[in-house]
Design a protein around this ligand. Structure first.
Ligand code: MGD
Ligand code: MGD
Ligand code: MO
Length: 673
């Protein structure tokens, strides 16, 4: 029997799935042809969901540490023993050090609205340190918002009508595959497809033009495009005068970015910059898809803010097929009925999740005494992992990990709680690559003794005698609370269809910019008073910030984009996928490799003052001179020495306080035998 499900992985596409169930086991998973956006095809990773869910490596009982910290030696215990121990530690740490000595750490292992957010009310009520959820998109969001306001952007499907598509720092064919058919339709109809990316990723390989930009220089390139457009009078005066503010100031700033000066900043030829600007200016319906790559730089928010201004200069927002896409979709309500921010203490300490390493090794008053991790794998995904691992290894830190598999993080656990997979729970799913929501019911019973995230937190709340009603509600109660019919996104939503498990369109227009912008001025803000008030440069700024810790010792740039066959650190547990990926590799330009005596396939060591990682050298013209590229987050425990986050830093971006995962200076040398 085929049952409907929704992919819960942290990917813009949030696919509609069909799972075939035989004797209570999932034997096959395919795409749901009735999903309006994901349209019946899925990535190769999702095809492995049967192995993921029924893997012999699944953790099926609660576990208690019996060996030394970090050794990953456990004995099975009952749920009662495990949760009694967690509740006891919470109480005793709270009374000795205060509840802020407890730090929750979670992210996007499960994207359903209920379970992803199910711990918040509990930790708020407990008075624990508050986690700032910044590891992914907050710089991109802050940058876009400064220019265009908040909310969803141009719907991807409309790009099928565009005659000029720029994919700017997104590896669409790997990270957002269902956007591709729409871009392809446009390309077949004659549109030009341009990719702006520091390396020739899968998407760049299929583009008409690939501009191999130096990392961190996107704002300069966007300003140079503006300079050319203004200089050649290829701008939409009507749109600019009615729907933007600050044009004269922008014009002065852009004039500093001539193609010849910018050519040196970005590592692109003057001609390629001029051609890009002219083609964008001439296009009838120019469209830009930004990924998150340009935002994972120290001035990442500024980069996104500057790119997001381009459509306004040429009036692209008013042209069918034109516009710009970052994130789409939305939650039907503010989710406060589940998160209950009101239960938290107003003065609670906030810990930025990017700075986990610092939090575990340097925070005092109180120090972190308990880390409670769920739906995340911080030993692999968090930056500057040497500090993260040193923190996790502290003898005086009590670590709780809720997981489906033994990961590099569970190795450090004192208590491991087996989490149910998305195919075993009820939840409501929003997407960030399309405008549909969908509800899913369990496809199979829970595997082993695993429990859902909500279930675990409700049980802990009972043990701590938390009496608020929120701690007694179930999945469906929360979903009903989210679906408050006066929410603007739910206007016209077919609730019966939603309950039947089919995808339902939210009330979000394909062009959300048709009626104006949600900035303070209601217009596109070339000049942002809000930024000026915060002491920030109110205009776009093309200054480049490289890794400040590089000094004179390290001169190679190093970026760490996603792998085609992993989803952040997830899917490492699938042998077939891990074998397909093979050992971790680093792309090196032949000239960079040659001067260091490195040949293709050689084992190499990449290092800086933060740490080091081992790879096999992939010597290729797909990257530029001086740029190393390592795709994907391998688990160091399964692929020794390969942790790219040894080399990344906890420094925060200009706005949004996220991680500059792609802003690192390193050196590489052949591995000594
Ligand atoms: N297969 C697969 N799919 C995924 C993921 C995965 O790990 N694997 N991760 C998911 C998640 S959580 C997210 S947030 C999204 C991310 O999806 P993307 O936005 O596609 O990923 P990014 O890591 O942000 O990198 C995108 C591109 O930006 C480039 N880049 C790096 N620095 C710069 C720069 O300074 N300027 C420019 N122009 N480009 C730059 C990188 O080389 C990369 O090709 O994908 C999701 N989908
Ligand atoms: N160097 C570098 N580091 C990065 C990035 C990068 O591009 N470069 N990308 C960053 C980005 S964009 C993000 S979003 C973060 C992601 O950070 P995380 O959200 O921590 O990413 P995952 O690796 O997917 O880890 C999720 C964990 O949840 C578990 N899990 C998955 N599904 C379920 C489920 O249904 N139930 C339960 N109980 N558990 C489940 C998985 O087993 C997995 O170990 O990583 C960041 N780290
Ligand atoms: Mo992400």
């Amino acid at each position: 029997m085929w049952k409907r499900a929704v992919c819960t992985k942290d990917c813009p596409d949030t696919c509609g799935l069909l799972a075939k169930v035989e004797n209570g086991l999932i034997v096959s998973v395919k795409g749901d042809p009735d999903h309006p956006f994901t349209a019946g095809f899925i990535c190769q990773k999702a095809g492995h969901f049967p192995e993921h869910v029924h893997s012999p490596k699944r953790i099926t009982t609660p576990l208690r540490r019996i060996g030394p910290k970090g050794a990953g030696q456990f004995e099975p215990v009952s749920w009662n023993e495990a949760l009694d121990e967690v509740a006891f530690q919470m109480q005793s740490i709270s009374s000795e050090f205060g509840p802020q000595a407890i730090l929750p750490y979670s992210y996007a292992g499960h994207m359903g609205l209920v379970h992803r957010n199910a711990g918040h009310a509990f930790f708020n009520r407990l008075g624990a340190s508050h986690l700032d959820y910044t590891i992914c998109s907050s710089a991109a969001t802050a940058g876009y918002e400064a220019s265009l306001g908040s909310g969803p952007s141009t719907e991807i499907q409309s790009a099928a009508q565009s005659d000029y598509i720029i994919i700017w720092g997104s590896n669409t064919l790997t990270t957002n595959i269902h956007a591709w058919p729409h871009f392809k339709t446009a390309q077949k109809a004659g549109a030009k497809l341009v990719v702006i990316d520091p390396y020739r990723n899968r998407t760049a390989q299929k583009a008409d033009v690939h501009l191999m930009i130096k990392p961190g220089t996107d704002a300069a390139l966007a300003l140079a495009m503006m300079q050319v457009l203004i200089d050649r009078d290829m701008i939409d005066h009507d749109f600019i005068s009615h729907k933007t503010i600050g044009f004269e100031k922008l014009k002065a700033r852009a004039s500093e970015y001539t193609p010849s000066r910018t050519s040196e900043i970005c590592g692109l030829t003057e001609n390629s910059i001029i051609s890009l600007a002219e083609a964008y200016g001439k296009a009838k319906s120019p469209y830009i898809r930004t990924g998150w790559g340009p935002a994972r730089q120290l001035k990442g928010a500024m980069a996104m803010r500057t790119i997001a201004l381009l459509p306004a200069l040429v009036g692209a927002f008013d042209k069918p097929g034109g516009g710009i896409t970052r994130a789409l979709g939305g939650a039907p309500s503010d989710l406060n009925s589940l998160i209950r921010p009101d239960l938290g203490l107003p003065c609670t300490r906030t810990v930025n999740m990017v700075e986990l390493g610092n939090a575990l090794t340097k925070l005092t008053d109180p120090p972190v005494k308990m880390l409670y991790t769920y739906l995340s794998n911080p030993a692999v995904v968090a930056p500057q992992s040497r500090d993260v691992l040193a923190g996790l290894a502290r003898e005086d830190l009590f670590v709780v990990v809720q997981e489906m598999f033994h990961t590099d993080t569970t190795s450090y656990a004192d208590i491991v709680l087996p989490g149910a997979s998305f195919l075993e729970v009820t939840d409501l799913y929003r997407a960030y690559g399309h405008n549909y929501i969908q509800m899913a019911q369990p496809v199979i019973p829970r595997v082993g003794q695993s429990r859902s995230t909500l279930d675990i937190f409700q049980d802990l709340a009972a043990r701590l005698s938390f009496k608020n009603k929120v701690f007694s509600l179930g999945e469906m109660d929360f979903i009903e609370n989210f679906l408050v019919e006066d929410s603007p996104y739910l206007k016209g939503v077919d609730f019966e269809m939603l309950k039947s498990g089919k995808p339902v369109r939210l009330n979000i227009p394909s062009n959300p910019y048709a009626d104006g912008f949600t900035t303070p001025s209601g217009k596109v803000e070339f000049y942002s008073q809000t930024m000026a008030d915060q002491g920030l440069d109110p205009l776009p700024d093309g200054q480049v910030l490289r890794d400040p810790d590089g000094g004179n010792k390290y001169c190679l740039e190093f970026i760490t984009p996603p792998h085609h066959f992993f989803l952040n650190s997830a899917f490492n547990e699938i042998d077939a996928l891990r074998e397909k990926v093979g050992q971790a590799r680093v792309m090196i330009h032949p000239e960079t490799a040659g001067t260091r005596g490195i040949a293709d396939g050689d084992p190499v060591r990449v290092f800086n003052d933060r740490g080091e990682a081992s790879f096999l050298a992939h010597v290729t013209y797909d990257t530029q001179i001086g740029l190393l590229v390592a795709e994907g987050l391998h688990w160091p425990s399964l692929s020794p020495g390969s942790g790219v986050n040894q080399l990344t830093s906890q420094r925060l971006t200009d706005m949004g306080k996220t991680c500059a995962f792609h802003c690192n200076l390193v050196e590489v040398q052949p591995q000594a035998n």
